[in-house]
Ligand binder design. Structure first.
Ligand code: SAM
Length: 327
């Protein structure tokens, strides 16, 4: 039986991002449309046991990094219980969670006790009004959540910021100062044309080269690394321990080293963020396939992983919203 997953381009899959719900309590302009409610039925959403089962199959196949994402994972009932189950899956050495932070003050302690290793929190600006306008949520709740996560020592904490022309391009230095004071790592992300929301924000797209050049006028950026298995390129600001990461899916894709698969909350495997095709692993699980058969299916899904994403190809538009698979 297979004990590792290697795609047809020789890339080994070591990292799984599991969307445990497609529901979200924010409506970020680049992600979910205002008023959107067309979420999966709860009966379709995989149970804790089903998610644990799938993760343990992947762990047998060499996956070591698991990120819990959404939607917003903290809106899922008993998320701390799910975390505690995944933290105990043999082979998973790195368990992280991505959240918008709105409910974090309530959950930080529970997540820590459940065995979560690391946390990513989305935060695009420190300006109350801009935050409200961009996400529909309250910035103060996120900041409170981050303080709580820090008190609970849920480190390292990475702050994910989608970088947008004329929206938050002048907020980066403030965010960097905020992160430096708290030992958080700021990661800037280029806006992706995923869903009609993401596409409509493409007018706001700005390559991260521009901000990197600007930061270099003020700081020397020394190449560095961080725990995790994602595509960010990290730098340390000389003379400090503060790090900044750049995620550049548009200006400089990183597909040759892509080690990831994504799974939606109903168990569909997405082999690439820039591809609409998916493989219905959840259906096979619910049809009662054996572990051997499920492993065969996982192998078949991996064979479908495209060589690279083509976000700028008009004929390959991504219709689904980012909230279906997480980032
Ligand atoms: N709710 C969780 C969160 O906020 O981290 C997890 C899901 S959210 C979809 C994951 C990440 O995707 C967030 O950091 C979000 O900012 C990012 N994202 C969503 N739509 C995007 C887009 N069109 N381009 C770039 N990043 C996007």
């Amino acid at each position: 039986m297979k004990d590792q997953l290697i795609d047809q381009y020789g890339r080994q899959i070591k990292y799984l991002r599991f969307s445990v719900t497609d529901r979200c309590d924010l409506r970020c302009k680049y992600c979910l449309p205002k008023g959107f409610r067309d979420f999966s039925e709860s009966a379709e959403t995989l149970t804790t046991g089903e998610i644990e089962h799938i993760v343990s199959l992947f762990a047998q196949l060499g996956v070591r990094h698991v990120r819990i994402t959404g939607g917003e994972p903290l809106v899922r009932k008993n998320i701390d219980h799910l975390v505690s189950r995944l933290a105990r899956v043999p082979g998973v050495s790195d368990l992280s969670l991505s959240t918008n932070g709105v409910r974090l003050s309530r959950f930080a302690g529970k997540l820590k006790r459940a065995g979560l290793h690391r946390l990513n929190v989305s935060l695009d600006t420190l300006d109350d009004k801009r935050y409200q306008d961009l996400t529909g949520g309250k910035l103060s709740k996120v900041l409170q959540g981050l303080e709580e996560a820090r008190n609970e020592n849920l480190s390292p904490i990475k702050i994910n910021c989608v970088f947008m022309r004329g929206v938050n391009e002048y907020d980066v230095e403030k965010l960097l100062d905020y992160c430096a004071l708290r030992n958080f790592t700021l990661r800037l992300i280029e806006t992706m044309p995923v869903g009609n929301t993401g596409r409509s924000m493409q007018a706001r797209y700005l390559s991260l080269d521009s901000i990197k050049r600007k930061l270099r006028e003020k700081y020397e950026l020394i190449p560095d690394v961080m725990p995790g298995a994602g595509p960010a390129r990290y730098y340390r600001l000389q003379g400090s321990s503060t790090k900044i990461g750049f995620i550049t899916p548009i200006s400089q894709h990183f597909c040759e080293t892509c080690n990831r698969l994504r799974i939606s909350c109903n168990g569909d495997i997405y082999t690439c963020l820039g591809d609409e095709n998916c493989y219905p692993l959840g259906d096979y699980l619910r049809q009662g396939c054996s572990d051997e058969e499920l492993i065969e299916h996982i192998g078949m899904a991996v064979d479908l992983k495209p060589k690279k994403h083509e976000f700028l190809n008009e004929n390959k538009q991504i219709v689904r919203f980012m909230a279906m698979t997480g980032g």
